[in-house]
Design a protein. Sequence first.
Length: 222
Amino acid sequence: MRIPARARLVTPAVVVSLLGLMVVSCGSGSGSGSGAKPRPSVSRAVAERGYEAAYDAGWRVGRRLFESGGKGAAVRETVWGGCVRRSLTARPQNVVERDRGARVLGCTQAMGTGTDRQPPVRPVTRRESAPDLLARFQTWAVGNGRKQPARHAGQAVLVHLGDRDYDVELTTSYTDKSAKADVQRLADAFATWWDGDDGDDSTAWNLILLARDGRRLTTRDL
């Protein structure tokens, strides 16, 4: 964006005044009695690499489950989607939610006799808006007596947790004060319409209903 010529004309006197203000400002933070405390800084690299912590959390849980349940646990957690489903309630939540796909990856990789870790080198979770999905659901709802609950769904997002696993997320007009029965009717209607449609080569595991402010209202198996 170009800066207007008038805004670029700064007189020497103004420059001197600005430099004086900068010096005073810098000095005031270190003087005794100022009461100012340095604000902790967080490295951008650390903030952007939350997938590593999420992966580690999933790996630890996966190893524990495999060591206690063996091959049965491996089938349950990988083939039957246990790693994906439990990621919705996994703790610590602030770590898992940084990259739930990385958490699922760690959990599934730990389900084996080997101990070779293959952590991701970039975020795993990928979000994709799906307006066509929402439109098809609402069209179905009108013709099947579910128009009332379906009209509360405002946005559909596919939450890809890897190459094959994903969840469906619906943002609704409900709030955390809405009647649970109303929220459940919408979840039931969507699950009935979905009816096991997992796509060509991937599997949808969970339906997640969100309030307008992004809070999670309920989840349901798909």
